[in-house]
Design a binder for this molecule. Structure first.
Ligand code: SF4
Length: 388
């Protein structure tokens, strides 16, 4: 192991090695699974929504569903930030790229179908599309590219502070405009609970997002809807603990907010990051693909930053578009009303190499995760026991 003179660096290095070992420990996992089974004996049917696509990955990859008692169901939620970008935003980005304006996009957004085509297709037709891994790549490219360009800003609360930092510090070149498709997570959870008959008994709230917004924004779920809620990390033990804490509350007839991910998440989150975001952006109503308008769930640039607004600069009409293609069930999957295997196109017409709907594109999309890692029960159990 590398030895750094600074003791805090040593501690961080050791934690990086220890945390995965601890949070994938087979003995610990087995004992939590046993406790989950014991608690479940005292309960009727329990339906828990894991909000986040990365939790869905952990659950599917490690076969956690196969370890649950028969009366405990884990369902995926709306936490895939590219799956929920309305088709009209993709259509706008496609149009700009075909007009020769350089569009910077993340790799998973590149292949998501719009109404007529994806940015991938637009590029194949000569569209000016550049894939980036982060906003710094955009700035680097703009050191030598001085023509009109647009950054397709997609993501939940975790991705917003980086752009905000550069906006607030006036570090954005004049030739770059921003197509803001940022969305906020607690409002969509509230919207689902208020408007859809999903019958949830527990919610596993997203860990990454909560590292920015804090755990407190999720308190409305237990307080207003009487549903036990656990902010959880992304290792198998984190998810198993989240299920355990939810079942324990159900047995005790309680509904509280528990922060299982306290090694990363603070009650108020990252105050500096939030301050930067709200200095340049304000909360507005936002549209979600397949869901429609969700109150106070989007962000737009504040007046002082409107010079960077791509929608204003290019007169983009961000409405309409074909969000739900015939046969696709993504709009039901993201609200927990369907599973990928309920879709007749799953694995046939629609695969990761031929994605028909948005949930089959990103590594956080439920259909993609199920296609990639959702083998037979036996395979999954074997995978789980081998790795934890
Ligand atoms: Fe949509 Fe494809 Fe998933 Fe079916 S399998 S719901 S078409 S993304």
């Amino acid at each position: 192991m590398l030895i750094f003179p600074h003791s805090r660096i040593n501690i961080v290095m050791e934690l990086h090695t220890l945390i995965p070992k601890l949070y994938r420990d087979k003995k610990l996992a087995t004992s939590i699974v046993k406790k989950i089974h014991n608690l479940a004996k005292n309960l009727d049917y329990v339906k828990i929504m894991n909000f986040c696509g990365t939790h869905e990955y952990t659950i599917t990859y490690y076969g956690i569903r196969t370890l649950m008692p028969k009366n405990v169901e884990l369902i995926a939620g709306p936490g895939c930030p590219v799956c929920i970008v309305p088709a009209c935003y993709i259509d706008a980005a496609v149009k700009l790229s075909l007009e020769g304006i350089r569009v910077y996009t993340y790799g998973d957004m590149f292949r998501v179908p719009g109404s007529k085509m994806s940015l991938l297709k637009a590029k194949s037709l000569g569209g000016n599309v550049v894939i980036v891994y982060g906003f710094l790549d955009v700035l680097k490219d703009l050191e030598k590219y001085h023509k009109e360009a647009v950054f397709f800003a997609v993501g939940f609360e975790t991705t917003q502070p980086t752009l905000a930092t550069y906006l607030v510090r006036n570090k954005i070149p004049n030739n770059l405009k921003i197509l803001v498709a940022y969305r906020l997570t607690p409002p969509i959870m509230r919207h689902i609970l208020l408007n859809y008959d999903v019958d949830l008994n527990g919610v596993i709230a997203p860990g990454h997002v909560s590292s920015i917004i804090g755990s407190l924004p999720w308190i409305f779920v237990p307080n207003q809807f009487n549903i036990p809620t656990v902010v959880a990390g992304f290792e198998p033990i984190d998810v198993l603990l989240a299920v355990y804490y939810i079942l324990k509350q159900l047995v005790n007839k309680e509904a509280k907010l528990v922060n299982e991910y306290s090694r990363v998440v603070r009650p108020c989150g990252n105050v500096l990051a939030k301050r930067l975001v709200f200095k340049c952006m304000k909360v507005v109503n936002g549209t979600w693909r397949g869901i429609g308008l969700v109150p106070r769930s989007g962000l737009s640039l504040r007046e002082a930053f409107k010079e960077y607004d791509a929608a204003m600069e290019y007169g983009l009409e961000l409405k309409g578009g074909i969000d739900v293609r015939p046969g696709c069930k993504c709009h039901k999957i993201i609200i927990g009303k369907a599973k990928p295997t309920d879709c007749p196109l799953f694995g046939k017409v629609c695969t990761p190499s031929t994605p028909y709907g948005p949930c089959m594109v990103s590594t956080e999309g439920t259909c993609y995760i199920w296609f990639k890692y959702g083998g037979s029960k036996v395979d999954l159990l074997r995978k789980f026991s081998k790795e934890i």
